[in-house]
Design a protein around this ligand. Structure first.
Ligand SMILES: [Fe+2]
Ligand SMILES: [Fe+2]
Length: 166
Protein backbone atom coordinates (compact mmCIF):
# COMPACT_ATOMS: atom_id res chain seq x y z
CA UNK A 1 0.00 0.00 0.00
CA UNK A 2 1.42 3.36 -1.08
CA UNK A 3 -0.53 5.41 1.45
CA UNK A 4 -0.76 5.25 5.23
CA UNK A 5 -3.72 3.74 7.04
CA UNK A 6 -4.51 7.18 8.41
CA UNK A 7 -4.52 8.69 4.89
CA UNK A 8 -6.70 5.82 3.66
CA UNK A 9 -9.18 6.55 6.46
CA UNK A 10 -9.22 10.28 5.68
CA UNK A 11 -9.78 9.62 1.98
CA UNK A 12 -12.66 7.28 2.81
CA UNK A 13 -14.10 10.07 4.96
CA UNK A 14 -13.88 12.40 1.95
CA UNK A 15 -15.75 9.86 -0.18
CA UNK A 16 -18.56 10.13 2.40
CA UNK A 17 -18.31 13.94 2.35
CA UNK A 18 -18.65 14.01 -1.45
CA UNK A 19 -21.55 11.53 -1.38
CA UNK A 20 -23.25 13.67 1.27
CA UNK A 21 -22.70 16.74 -0.90
CA UNK A 22 -24.26 14.84 -3.80
CA UNK A 23 -27.25 13.85 -1.67
CA UNK A 24 -27.63 17.44 -0.47
CA UNK A 25 -27.65 18.79 -4.06
CA UNK A 26 -30.24 16.20 -5.03
CA UNK A 27 -32.55 17.33 -2.21
CA UNK A 28 -31.97 20.94 -3.32
CA UNK A 29 -32.82 20.03 -6.93
CA UNK A 30 -36.19 18.70 -5.88
CA UNK A 31 -36.88 21.80 -3.75
CA UNK A 32 -36.25 23.88 -6.88
CA UNK A 33 -38.59 21.63 -8.81
CA UNK A 34 -41.26 22.22 -6.15
CA UNK A 35 -40.75 25.96 -6.66
CA UNK A 36 -41.33 25.53 -10.40
CA UNK A 37 -37.71 26.35 -11.22
CA UNK A 38 -36.89 23.57 -13.67
CA UNK A 39 -33.55 24.92 -14.88
CA UNK A 40 -32.27 25.46 -11.35
CA UNK A 41 -33.40 21.89 -10.63
CA UNK A 42 -31.46 20.62 -13.65
CA UNK A 43 -28.35 22.57 -12.65
CA UNK A 44 -28.43 21.12 -9.12
CA UNK A 45 -29.11 17.62 -10.42
CA UNK A 46 -25.99 17.91 -12.57
CA UNK A 47 -24.10 19.14 -9.53
CA UNK A 48 -25.26 16.07 -7.59
CA UNK A 49 -23.83 13.87 -10.37
CA UNK A 50 -20.55 15.79 -10.27
CA UNK A 51 -20.20 15.26 -6.53
CA UNK A 52 -20.82 11.54 -6.96
CA UNK A 53 -18.10 11.64 -9.61
CA UNK A 54 -15.76 13.24 -7.08
CA UNK A 55 -16.47 10.43 -4.60
CA UNK A 56 -15.72 7.80 -7.24
CA UNK A 57 -12.55 9.60 -8.31
CA UNK A 58 -11.26 9.29 -4.74
CA UNK A 59 -12.33 5.64 -4.58
CA UNK A 60 -10.40 4.98 -7.81
CA UNK A 61 -7.28 6.61 -6.36
CA UNK A 62 -7.52 4.56 -3.15
CA UNK A 63 -7.68 1.39 -5.26
CA UNK A 64 -4.76 2.53 -7.42
CA UNK A 65 -2.51 2.98 -4.40
CA UNK A 66 -3.53 -0.34 -2.88
CA UNK A 67 -5.77 0.97 -0.11
CA UNK A 68 -9.28 -0.17 0.65
CA UNK A 69 -12.48 1.70 -0.07
CA UNK A 70 -15.04 1.82 2.73
CA UNK A 71 -18.38 3.54 2.26
CA UNK A 72 -20.31 5.21 5.06
CA UNK A 73 -24.02 5.87 5.46
CA UNK A 74 -25.49 9.11 4.15
CA UNK A 75 -26.71 11.99 6.32
CA UNK A 76 -30.30 13.09 5.89
CA UNK A 77 -30.16 16.24 3.75
CA UNK A 78 -32.23 19.33 4.52
CA UNK A 79 -35.28 19.47 2.26
CA UNK A 80 -37.41 22.27 3.69
CA UNK A 81 -35.79 25.32 2.14
CA UNK A 82 -38.13 28.28 1.97
CA UNK A 83 -36.54 30.29 -0.83
CA UNK A 84 -34.24 29.81 -3.79
CA UNK A 85 -31.75 32.18 -2.20
CA UNK A 86 -31.66 29.99 0.92
CA UNK A 87 -30.79 27.00 -1.24
CA UNK A 88 -28.02 28.73 -3.17
CA UNK A 89 -26.60 30.21 0.04
CA UNK A 90 -26.53 26.70 1.56
CA UNK A 91 -24.76 25.45 -1.57
CA UNK A 92 -22.08 28.16 -1.25
CA UNK A 93 -21.61 27.28 2.44
CA UNK A 94 -21.38 23.59 1.56
CA UNK A 95 -18.70 24.26 -1.09
CA UNK A 96 -16.70 26.32 1.43
CA UNK A 97 -16.92 23.43 3.89
CA UNK A 98 -15.70 20.96 1.26
CA UNK A 99 -12.86 23.35 0.40
CA UNK A 100 -11.64 23.25 3.98
CA UNK A 101 -11.98 19.45 4.03
CA UNK A 102 -9.78 19.26 0.93
CA UNK A 103 -7.29 21.67 2.51
CA UNK A 104 -7.12 19.42 5.59
CA UNK A 105 -6.37 16.43 3.35
CA UNK A 106 -3.62 18.36 1.57
CA UNK A 107 -2.11 19.33 4.94
CA UNK A 108 -2.17 15.70 6.05
CA UNK A 109 -0.55 14.50 2.81
CA UNK A 110 2.20 17.10 3.15
CA UNK A 111 2.78 16.24 6.80
CA UNK A 112 3.11 12.56 5.89
CA UNK A 113 5.33 13.39 2.89
CA UNK A 114 2.76 11.49 0.84
CA UNK A 115 3.41 13.18 -2.51
CA UNK A 116 1.23 10.80 -4.53
CA UNK A 117 -1.85 11.82 -2.54
CA UNK A 118 -0.71 15.45 -2.52
CA UNK A 119 -0.51 15.43 -6.31
CA UNK A 120 -3.85 13.65 -6.66
CA UNK A 121 -5.51 16.25 -4.43
CA UNK A 122 -4.41 19.18 -6.59
CA UNK A 123 -7.30 18.47 -8.97
CA UNK A 124 -9.70 18.89 -6.03
CA UNK A 125 -8.01 22.11 -4.89
CA UNK A 126 -8.58 23.57 -8.38
CA UNK A 127 -12.08 22.15 -8.63
CA UNK A 128 -13.07 23.84 -5.36
CA UNK A 129 -11.94 27.23 -6.66
CA UNK A 130 -14.22 26.66 -9.65
CA UNK A 131 -17.18 25.46 -7.61
CA UNK A 132 -17.04 28.16 -4.93
CA UNK A 133 -16.72 30.76 -7.69
CA UNK A 134 -19.63 29.52 -9.81
CA UNK A 135 -21.94 29.04 -6.82
CA UNK A 136 -21.05 32.50 -5.49
CA UNK A 137 -21.82 33.95 -8.92
CA UNK A 138 -25.20 32.22 -8.88
CA UNK A 139 -25.89 33.59 -5.39
CA UNK A 140 -25.18 37.12 -6.64
CA UNK A 141 -27.58 36.66 -9.55
CA UNK A 142 -30.33 35.20 -7.33
CA UNK A 143 -29.90 38.03 -4.84
CA UNK A 144 -29.97 40.63 -7.60
CA UNK A 145 -33.03 39.15 -9.30
CA UNK A 146 -35.11 38.71 -6.15
CA UNK A 147 -37.46 35.75 -5.76
CA UNK A 148 -40.12 37.09 -8.15
CA UNK A 149 -37.74 37.31 -11.12
CA UNK A 150 -36.15 33.89 -10.83
CA UNK A 151 -38.06 32.60 -13.85
CA UNK A 152 -36.25 35.15 -16.01
CA UNK A 153 -32.98 34.17 -14.43
CA UNK A 154 -33.52 30.60 -15.59
CA UNK A 155 -32.76 31.63 -19.19
CA UNK A 156 -29.44 33.08 -18.09
CA UNK A 157 -28.69 29.97 -16.07
CA UNK A 158 -29.40 27.76 -19.09
CA UNK A 159 -26.93 29.81 -21.16
CA UNK A 160 -24.31 29.50 -18.39
CA UNK A 161 -24.82 25.74 -18.30
CA UNK A 162 -24.41 25.26 -22.03
CA UNK A 163 -21.34 27.54 -22.09
CA UNK A 164 -19.80 25.33 -19.40
CA UNK A 165 -20.38 22.11 -21.33
CA UNK A 166 -18.85 23.52 -24.56
FE1 LIG B 1 -16.98 17.73 -4.72
FE1 LIG C 1 -18.74 20.66 -5.05
Amino acid sequence: MMISKAMNTSLNRQIANEMNASHKYLAMAYCFEDMGLKIFARRFNQQADEERGHALKIARFIQDVGGSVVFEGLDKPKSDYKTAKQIVQAAVDSELTVTSQINDLVAQAEKERDYATRSFLQWFVDEQVEEVSSMTELLKLVTMAGEQYLFQLEGRLMAMMSAKSD
